[in-house]
Write a protein of this length. Sequence first.
Length: 232
Amino acid sequence: MSYVLANLDSEWRHVARCGAARRALQRWAQVHPALGAARDLRGLLERRRASAAGPAILAALAQLAPGDELAARTLLQALLPGLVRLARTTAADDPDAIDEMVSLAWERIRTYPAGRPGPAAANVVLDVRKRYRRYRRRSAMRSMDLAGVAAGASCWHGRPAEDEALDRLAMSNWLERQRALVGDRCYRAVVRTGVLGLSLAEHAAEEDTTVSTIYQRRWRAMQRMRPLPLTA
């Protein structure tokens, strides 16, 4: 299991049964009756799998997701098995595919268009597939990951340590110049996990937030910075 999936599953075991989640479910059900008849979020997803109400449950969560992070997190959890299958069938050569797809799915869920026709789950997975393919094409044309540039410099054979240090400094300075573009929180997510080597969980603890939120911040920053030239 990928690091991101493992952390999401661990996070979900806590979130699904907490009091705040139960209260949110009761509040949602007042507006979306399809979300009723479940005691907690884990029960809601079990009901979604075991009854004909599944499409209506996912549609209601998709409607709530742009303005409610907990509803978005619940929808993401429901879609994880489909995303895992997508990664296995379309990107078996990319060990990081599922992590990228989870990030793409989160971004799509938080911006899901109101009134979009068709089943929510299929729509999100289809969008993730399209955007992941574009990401792979872009990566193939420009084989460089901003988060790995500084760390990768030391792998260049025969380069003096002084040159490696200068490369790291240059990358840090370049990232600092993009700080206004991506915002402080997204900037920290890139620097702390990509350049300084902290795990997503470690940085999430620093920021007092969840692993999925840190992953979203880092993905958003990377998307904004990738087209920019690595020059002063």
